[in-house]
Design a binder for this molecule. Structure first.
Ligand SMILES: [Zn+2]
Length: 454
């Protein structure tokens, strides 16, 4: 047994056998938040990776494993803006705020402690870095994630991205088991240097092969001229479309929101990273007023939230303090589930709890009577189960026992014991994974960042 030097997380043991016995039928009982309706003491039936029933009465499925609880059952979060390969880095606290994203991305301090080490380590540790980022997301209720930009000099598709959270842009599982079939892409920015890095995605988009692209744009202070000029570049590039999501959009105002609404272009909001880097964020009430669809996403852990649950917590404070409480907690929840699924054209697959959709969901223990209020104060230690494609990946030991999971790795999350599905983890489980990353980062004089924030 080894100790992982990652803050409050300690690996307690790995019980591994040759094959994970994952149940083929599961019945979950609790307060189901679909979110079209809330069913108290309701049931969700899961069979062969899909949700097969959502009901007030217990569905009759012979041989199903059951969890009977008073927990909330939520659809898993759909994260349309992240950079999971940076999840291994500790929090980055620059001693200044920046006018725009180009200032910090060219800053020697940033290069020394994040970008250069990332460029070096991704060559050898891509799979471990990806798994660490996906585990960080899963522990906060995210079941679908994006942002695995392929470095130009590593193989374009790595089979290791299959498993754990869905990688919507690399291996969602929606189009069979082969990787590289996805219809979602990411574009790092609107200027030529970033467009060059995203050339393949843009070419696929123009060829009609993609249903959605997220484009970083207008990231910085809204008063900054570079930010303000980027929307016109997006229009010139023919990217103001109903398949586009503008990531950040701090510089956007009423004129741009009007054009976005007319074109069907969405906004993806990452408030914590915005405030930490620029002391400013997007005018989300203004965007909603013009009927622009807005999704919430954490961006990345160095300056954003570690997971979607953390970002919901943070966004709720911003709404209260900066937006006069103009957005409800239910709207905020939808910004992390059904809205991003609709924006990315995958709402027939994930983003809510409905028969026929994939069984991507999580359960949350809370004393709060309102499900949406509960989320704004929830912590990762309140999560009792996370499943993707009907496969339990993370949860309490009790939940794993009830589901008959024969292999699991036990970890301490914020001093509570939690189980991870060992069969879905890289070799040696999280213990070995974190040890490898810890050693790799130590070679760059960097300490492995925490996986959860307690
Ligand atoms: Zn980003």
């Amino acid at each position: 047994m080894k100790t992982i030097l990652a803050g409050c997380m300690i690996a307690l043991g790995l019980l591994a056998s040759a094959q994970a016995a994952e149940p083929s039928a599961i019945l979950l009982n609790g307060t189901v938040v679909t979110p079209e309706r809330v069913i108290e003491n309701g049931w969700v039936a899961v069979q062969n990776g899909k949700i097969t029933a959502v009901a007030a009465q217990k569905p009759n499925i012979v041989g199903a494993r059951e969890i009977i609880s008073k927990d909330y059952i939520f659809p898993g979060f759909v994260d349309l803006h992240n950079h999971p390969l940076y999840a291994m880095f500790p929090k980055w606290v620059p001693n200044q705020k920046f006018p725009n994203r180009y200032q910090w991305r060219n800053h020697p301090g940033y290069h020394k402690i994040i970008q250069q080490p990332e460029d070096i380590l991704v060559q050898k540790y891509f799979c471990d870095m990806d798994a660490y980022g996906e585990l960080m997301a899963l522990m906060g209720g995210t079941t679908s994630i994006t942002g695995l930009f392929e470095p130009a000099d590593t193989p374009k598709v790595e089979p290791c991205v299959v498993g754990l959270a869905r990688n919507l842009d690399w291996a969602s599982g929606f189009y069979g088991t082969a990787v590289g079939q996805e219809r979602i892409g990411n574009v790092l920015g609107i200027w030529p240097s970033d467009q060059k890095l995203s050339a393949q995605t843009l070419s696929d988009f123009k060829a009609g092969k993609l249903d959605f692209i997220g484009v970083h744009l207008g990231e910085g202070k809204r008063s900054d001229q570079v930010n303000a000029s980027e929307f016109a570049e997006l229009e010139k590039a023919g990217l103001l479309t109903n398949k586009t999501g503008i990531i950040h959009g701090v510089a956007l105002g009423d004129a741009e929101f009007t054009k976005m609404a007319a074109a069907g272009t969405a906004l993806i909001w990452s408030p914590r990273s915005n405030f930490e880097l620029y002391s400013d964020t997007a005018d989300v009430p203004g965007a909603l007023k013009r009927r622009v669809s807005v999704a919430l996403a954490p961006d990345w852990s160095p300056t954003g939230s570690m997971n979607m649950l953390g970002e919901i917590n943070y966004a709720a404070r911003v709404i209260e303090k900066n937006f006069g409480g103009d957005i409800s907690n239910k709207q905020l929840f939808e910004m992390a589930t059904s809205t991003p699924a609709r924006i990315a054209k995958i709402d027939d697959k994930v983003g809510s709890i409905k028969a026929g959709l994939y069984a991507d969901l999580f359960m949350l223990s809370s004393k709060n009577d309102d499900p949406y209020d509960a989320l704004t104060v929830a912590k990762p230690e309140d999560i009792t189960l996370v499943m993707v494609n009907g496969v339990p990946l993370f949860g309490t030991l009790e939940a794993f026992t009830k589901l008959g999971m024969s292999t699991s790795e036990t970890v301490a999350i914020c001093k509570l014991e939690r189980a991870l599905n060992a069969a879905q983890l890289p070799e040696g489980g999280l213990t070995a994974l974190a040890d490898r990353l810890y050693g790799a980062l130590a070679g760059q004089n960097i300490v492995l960042g925490n996986l959860v924030s307690c």
